[in-house]
Structures are given as C-alpha cells and as structure tokens.
Design a protein around this ligand. Structure first.
Ligand code: TTP
Ligand code: MG
Length: 357
C-alpha cells in the first residue's frame, strides 16, 4: 500500500520585527524601517536584525552592519529591537495557527509548520484553509504572512518563500521537482552562503543542477549532508511535523564600542552575557546541554565553537565555565575582538527533566 499523501503548510511572517513596529506606529507606514543596532549617524556598530520591504528596495538586508544600512538609506526610521514585544505577538500568532492542525511545529520566532493531512482531502481545500489562516492572522493581529502548501516540509517552506510578502503558493507533489529546478540552491533550508560557494565551485547553481549531480560525489564533498541535499533537490523529505516546545536556542551577543585587545574586559562581558542567557533559560523553565560561543575579530572574521556537555543542566556556573573555556582559545594577543556571543541549545523543559530525574 502506498503511503498516504501528506499536506503540509509553512507560514512565515513578513518582515516580522518591523511589521510589528509599523502596526504599533502607523506613522511609519510607507517609510523604510530598520530594526537593529543604533546606527549613530553612520558610526554605529552591530547589525540589522530586519527591515521592511521599503528599506529592502535600498539594498538593506538582515545581518548587514548597521553602518552599511545607514550608508544605503540614511532616511530610514531606525529602531532598537524590542524582543519582548515580538515574542508576545509571536505567541499570539502561534496560538491562532495551532488551532488549524493537530500536528504543529514552531520554527524560530516567526515561522511554523502545520500538518493538515487529517483536515483536508485535496489541494483546493488545503488552499482554502491556508487562506483562512492568513485572514484570521490579519484580522486579529493586523499582520501579513507568506504561506506555502506542499507534500512535505521542505517543499512547503520553499513555497512560502516564493511569493513574498502576503503570498500563498501551492506546490503539488507531482509538480515539485519542476517547481524547484530553476531556483537557486540557496532557497533550500540549511544551504547557507558557504555551502552555496562550495556547490558553485562544482558548477551547481540551481536546485535542478543539484538534482542531476552524482549523489556519490556530493557525499564525498559534504558527507551525510550531501545525500540530504540530493534528496531535497528532488523534493523528497520524510521528516515529520513535530512539536519541539518552540524555543531551540537562547542567545545574547555584544558588539564592543571599540575593538578590544583587553581580554579582562572580554571575559567580564562574556560572564555578563552568560548571566543574561541564564536568566532567559530559567524564565522559560529549560535545561540545556550545548553551549556555543561566537567571536568576531576586528576584520569581521567570525568563529563559532560549541560544546555539548555529557549532562543536562540549568546551572549558571556550568554555562559560565564552558563559555569561558570555549572563548579562551580565541584570545590571541595580536587579534582585537569586535563581538562576542553566548548561546545555549539542546533543551529539555523543566517538566520533562523532573520526570527524567
Ligand atoms: P525572517 O523570517 O528570516 O525575516 P523577516 O520576517 O524579517 O522577513 P521576511 O519577510 O523575508 O520573512 O526572520 C524573522 C525575524 O527574525 C526577523 O523579523 C528578525 C529576526 N532576524 C534577526 O534578528 N537576524 C537575522 O539575521 C534574521 C534573518 C532574522
Ligand atoms: Mg519572516
């Protein structure tokens, strides 16, 4: 017997942080808006978290140094990031979406997967349900999202990105390979800038080219990830929509006002970041296993290094000690530091921890 055909929806809020800001401040409507570090008239450090579509027309992008954004678009409205507000709105949106499926998976702050297989019989019904979700979010939250429907999570996610903002894209199983083929490999989840460059060196730019490539050569170059990429390029993905308790990692980072070679200062600030992350861990009732640090040198060369502990913990001293150990390797007399960050992940909730103890 063949497996039952699945119907998966992926929802991604449009320019989420700045969309919430626009909603709260109607006077920003129509203007370019950037959320992120303080630009300080072009002298600011740190990066853009996100920006609205008006600002994107000027070339501003997530992750770009805020000084670059200022050069491109000094007339934009620049706002600090108000995580608490966005997290509250995110929870409300996730609450609405949860009502549309029995299998739900939040992905980051503004995305979610829903398995609606048990609720619809055909794509036309799936489309109607996806439209209903968009309408309810818009009616209750005054925010738009882009939505994709497909036979698995990968296709649904690529589909939601296909028409933005306020899009709705349906990709049927039999059309999936053709839909994916002309798109850049970067559109596939987990293919970042570095993998894109490596694929480019093999002459692979589009998903179609990836699908036609020899999978054994891909495995030689990329290990297990190579086989995974090959399957994705053919539109194959068997992973289930699974509730993961929402948060996958908690992190804080700091860009120094001036690049620094003062390692006492670096380590003091590292402790401070660990304390802030730890407060978040306790607030969410979580236990973690993995600690990752990030160090960016003055030339923007960035390193991240993580360690998974053999035990689950929520103790500040474990976090501080591990973060310090990991960072120490990057403290070199000749290299000034621009940014440091601390992240924890591999969570179990306190509830579950109790039953495991
Ligand atoms: P995304 O969904 O990647 O971006 P977006 O919602 O701003 O824009 P789009 O319309 O293209 O979906 O990320 C969701 C939020 O996460 C975003 O509003 C801000 C935050 N974010 C960062 O803080 N830094 C980043 O580098 C990225 C990509 C996102
Ligand atoms: Mg988004």
């Amino acid at each position: 017997m063949s497996e039952k055909r699945r119907m998966i929806v992926h929802v991604d809020m449009d320019h989420f942080f700045t969309a919430v800001e626009e909603r709260e401040h109607p006077e920003f409507k129509g203007k370019p808006v950037v959320a992120g570090a303080d630009p300080k008239a072009g002298k600011g450090r740190g990066v853009v978290s996100t920006c609205n579509y008006e600002a994107r027309k000027f070339g501003v992008r997530s992750g770009m140094p805020i000084s670059k954004a200022w050069q491109l678009c000094p007339e934009a409205v620049y706002l600090p990031v108000n995580y608490e507000l966005y997290a509250r709105v995110s929870n409300e949106i996730m609450g609405i979406l949860r009502g549309y499926s029995d299998k739900f998976e939040q992905w980051g702050i503004d995305e979610a997967f829903l398995d609606i297989t048990s609720r619809v019989k055909e794509y036309a019904e799936a489309e109607a349900l996806a439209r209903q979700m968009k309408n309810e979010i818009h009616a209750k939250q005054k925010l738009t999202c882009s939505t994709g429907v497909g036979p698995n999570k990968i296709i649904a996610k690529v589909a939601s990105d296909f028409q933005k903002p306020d899009g709705l894209t349906i990709v049927k199983e039999e059309e999936a390979e053709k839909f994916l083929a002309p798109l850049s490999v970067r559109k596939l989840p987990w293919i970042g800038r570095k993998t894109e460059q490596k694929l480019d060196a093999l002459g692979i730019k589009t998903i179609g080219e990836l699908a036609r490539y020899d999978p054994t050569v891909l495995t030689e170059h990329f290990g297990a990830m190579g086989a995974q990429m090959y399957l994705m390029a053919h539109g194959i993905d068997r992973s289930e929509v699974e509730e993961r308790g929402g948060i996958k990692s908690l992190s804080r980072e700091l860009t120094f006002e001036v690049d620094t070679g003062d390692f006492g200062l670096v380590l003091n600030n590292l402790d401070r970041l660990s304390e802030q992350v730890h407060e978040d861990v306790l607030r969410h009732g979580l236990f973690f296993k993995t600690v990752t640090v990030k160090v960016r040198y003055e030339n923007f060369e960035t390193h991240t290094h993580g360690k998974t502990m053999p035990f689950i913990t929520n103790r500040l001293q474990d976090l501080k000690k591990t973060a310090k150990e990991l960072t120490q390797a990057y403290l070199r007399p000749e290299r000034k530091i621009r940014l440091i960050g601390v992240r924890v992940s591999s969570f179990t909730s306190a509830e579950k921890q109790k039953t495991l103890a």
